[in-house]
Structure formats: structure tokens, C-alpha cells
Design a protein around this ligand. Structure first.
Ligand code: HEM
Length: 391
């Protein structure tokens, strides 16, 4: 099998698992030759071991490539920094996403939001859960945490998707990034004179070594946090629901025993994570799984493929919530491990429980095609039609 470069034209409809499985067995580190514009070859790791090694070794595999790829759309961002500088910026916001802050978000934001969203659809008896629920929920949570009006969530979701896809569609990505800055500028001015206790107020007044954050850094935070907290989690919510609703026995078990929800979420993160690619660049000549990697080569970790590594999980394509839990890489690992992972897990737990509580006799809608999880970098169902008892 030839390992084609990902085709950006069908990026959202792609089904790469078969190709990744072949590569794990025959060529775990795929090399793509350089071209006339960029002579340096690039690499993709498909197994758990190499993925874990890359993400844990930031000296050899720097995250600075993210500053080049995402900088034009997100501005200066922590995801593109290494070492001490990265830690300083991450620590400025890390407390808002620690487990200890989650109880506050749960009562103030998460519970009321999911209740409202389900109140809207419960009387209808049928819904398309991506448009009606999952795409509306995490984006409003992250807007609430940051301190931007949650009623503008649709606009934010659109900007989030355009910014995340910026490297593929730079014009749209840059336009979304500019629009977000224009929208945020007056809110930032307000918080400068009247702090309100939200994350935005904290960032506006935060200092590093006695200096306020530059505008570029401030906007960098916001343009990373909003997309990172929105698209990732809404697609993941869709993947969890597809896994649950496609298997009536599993659905019955989880409906009758809600303590199984965390295992359902962890198995979905392993089996179909929403974020499937993480980028690094080699800072020196090195090797990975026996494959020489020259200095300056981009290295992409396929963490979705790492979750199907057959040397780590038996029959990895099978969805099985009774597996012994072992570490997966859905949230990455090492210094850049997902800042929002506890929040994401909480949103999913609350979201799935609320769906089961409110939508009795929930099932896939037989009038529509079965849902399909698709995509290369970001994976999730584009549509999820369901029926349930009106209430
Ligand atoms: C299920 C949902 C999510 C998944 C699968 C996910 C996945 C990831 C992954 C794989 C990384 C590592 C990137 C790297 O090493 O280059 C990451 C980083 C990050 N995530 Fe998430 N994420 C999710 C939800 C969230 C949420 C809700 C937030 C909200 C704040 C968030 C904020 C971030 C940030 C700020 C980083 C960069 C951390 C750093 O550079 O130190 N993520 N995420």
C-alpha cells in the first residue's frame, strides 16, 4: 500500500483508519519526501510508542512548528512555545481548568446549559444532535469561562472551525481571526476599567515579570482557548453518542448503570478521538522506530492511530468499555498535554447523563442513514439523527 499524503480536498470526509492500520504493521513511521517548495521530508508516526516518545521529548521535537502553522490565525500561542516560556504562559490560565475549578463551572455553566439545550429539543420527539445539541454546548461553556457572551456562541463556533482549519483555508482562517479580534477588542477595554472576575478580566490584568501581557499574547490566548475548547469537545461528544447509540446492548447497560459513563468516554477517546494529529519539528538529527529523522523535519503524531495500536490493545477496532484502562494519547502527553482535559471529561459526563435522563427511548432515527464518524485531523459525525419519546 502506498501511503498517500492526506488529501486536503476530502479532509473532512476522510476515513484513514485502514491506511493507518496498514502503516502500523508495515511502516510505523511514514516518510513523505520533500518537494520543490520544501525539500525537507516530513514524517508521521502511527504507533503508540513513537507517538509517546515524541510528545515527551520537547528538546528533540519542538512545538514551535505550531507557531508557524497556527500563528497566522491564532497569533502568539502557548501551543507553539517550549520550555520555561511555555510554562509561564500556561500557568497564567491553568488554574481555571484544574479539577478544583470544575465544581464552579459545573454549577454556574455546564448544568444550566445542557438543561436548556435539552429543554429545547425534548418536546420534539426527534432531533439532529450535532446541529441541535453537541455543536452548541462546549462552545457556550468555554465562552462562559472566558467571559464572552454565550448568546454569540454560533458566531464563535464558526470562527473556531475556520481558525482550526486555517492552514487549509488561509483566507477564511485569517478573516475569522480578524473578526474575533474586532469582536473582543471592546470587551477587553471594558475589563481593563471594570474587571468582572472572569478569565478575560484576569488576562487583561495579568503580569509577567511586572509587565502586562502584550495585545498579541492576549489575543493569542483567546484565539487558542475558544477553538480548543469548542470544536474538539463537540466532535468528541458526537463520537461518544455514536458509540453508545450504535450498540443497543451497550446503550441499555449504560442507561441502567450511569457509573459506566466514564468508561464509555475513555474508550471513545481511545477508539475515536476528535483530535487526530499533533505537530512537532525535529531540532536535531535523530531517529524514531529505526527511521532516521533529519533536523528540521516536521513530525506529525497520529494520536488517533496510536489509540488503535494492536500491540497495546487487543482487537483495537472493537469498541469495548470493559477493557483494562491503559493510558491513551487522545489528550496528548508531556508539557503540552491538553489544558482542558478535565473540563472536557466533565462536559462529556454531564452531557451524556443528561441525554439519557431527558430523552427516553432514545434511538438512531431509522428514517436516516446511520451516522458516520469521518475526518482526518478532526473526526466526528457530521449528522446524528435520533428519535425519542416527547416530554
Ligand atoms: C475531548 C476534547 C479534547 C481533545 C480530544 C483535546 C486534545 C488536545 C490535544 C491532543 C492537545 C495536545 C496538543 C499538542 O501536544 O500539541 C491539546 C492541547 C490543548 N488543549 Fe485540548 N482537547 C480537548 C478539549 C479541550 C478543551 C475543552 C480545552 C479548553 C480550554 C482545551 C484546551 C487546550 C489547550 C489550551 C491546549 C494547549 C496546551 C499547551 O500548549 O500547553 N482542550 N488538546
Amino acid at each position: 500500500m502506498k501511503y498517500e499524503q492526506p488529501n486536503y480536498d476530502d479532509w473532512e470526509d476522510a476515513q484513514p483508519h485502514e491506511m493507518w492500520a496498514h502503516a502500523r504493521e508495515h511502516c510505523p513511521v511514514i516518510e513523505y519526501p520533500g518537494n520543490e517548495w520544501n525539500p525537507t521530508p516530513s514524517f508521521m508516526t502511527t504507533r503508540f510508542a513513537e507517538a509517546d516518545a515524541v510528545l515527551r521529548d520537547q528538546r528533540t521535537f519542538s512545538a514551535s512548528i505550531n507557531a508557524d502553522a497556527m500563528g497566522p490565525f491564532m497569533g502568539e500561542l502557548m501551543l507553539g512555545l517550549d520550555g520555561a516560556e511555555h510554562r509561564i504562559y500556561r500557568n497564567l490560565v491553568a488554574h481555571a481548568f484544574r479539577r478544583s475549578s470544575l465544581e464552579r463551572w459545573r454549577t454556574e455553566l455546564i448544568d444550566p446549559l445542557i438543561t436548556q439545550l435539552l429543554d429545547d429539543i425534548a418536546p420534539r420527539g426527534s432531533a439532529e444532535l450535532v446541529a441541535d445539541l453537541t455543536s452548541k454546548y462546549p462552545v457556550q461553556v468555554i465562552c462562559g469561562i472566558v467571559g464572552v457572551p454565550t448568546e454569540d456562541h454560533e458566531q464563535f463556533n464558526e470562527w473556531a472551525v475556520s481558525i482550526n482549519y486555517g492552514p487549509l483555508n488561509p483566507e477564511e482562517g485569517r478573516a475569522a481571526s480578524l473578526a474575533m479580534v474586532e469582536y473582543l477588542a471592546p470587551l477587553i477595554e471594558q475589563r481593563r476599567s471594570e474587571p468582572t472576575g472572569d478569565l478575560l478580566s484576569e488576562l487583561v490584568h495579568a503580569e509577567i515579570e511586572g509587565e502586562r501581557l502584550s495585545e498579541e499574547k492576549l489575543y493569542g490566548f483567546l484565539r487558542l482557548l475558544l477553538p480548543a475548547g469548542a470544536e474538539t469537545t463537540y466532535r468528541m461528544f458526537g463520537n461518544c453518542l455514536v458509540a453508545l447509540l450504535s450498540d443497543p446492548d451497550l446503550h441499555r447497560r449504560v442507561r441502567n448503570d450511569r457509573t459506566l459513563i466514564p468508561a464509555l468516554i475513555e474508550e471513545t477517546l481511545r477508539w475515536e478521538t476528535s483530535v487526530n494529529m499533533v505537530s512537532r519539528i525535529a531540532t536535531t538529527n535523530t531517529e524514531l522506530g529505526g527511521c532516521p529523522i533529519p533536523k528540521g523535519a516536521p513530525v506529525t503524531v497520529l494520536n488517533g492511530s496510536a489509540g488503535r495500536d494492536e500491540t497495546r490493545w487487543k482487537s483495537p477496532d472493537r469498541f469495548d468499555i470493559d477493557r483494562e484502562p491503559v493510558k491513551h494519547l487522545a489528550f496528548g502527553t508531556g508539557e503540552h498535554q491538553c489544558l482542558g482535559m478535565h473540563l472536557a471529561r466533565l462536559e462529556l459526563e454531564v452531557g451524556i447523563a443528561a441525554v439519557l435522563d431527558r430523552l427516553a427511548n432514545l434511538a438512531l432515527d431509522p428514517a436516516h442513514d446511520e451516522p458516520v464518524i469521518s475526518g482526518y485531523a478532526f473526526r466526528g459525525p457530521n449528522e446524528l439523527h435520533v428519535i425519542y419519546d416527547r416530554s
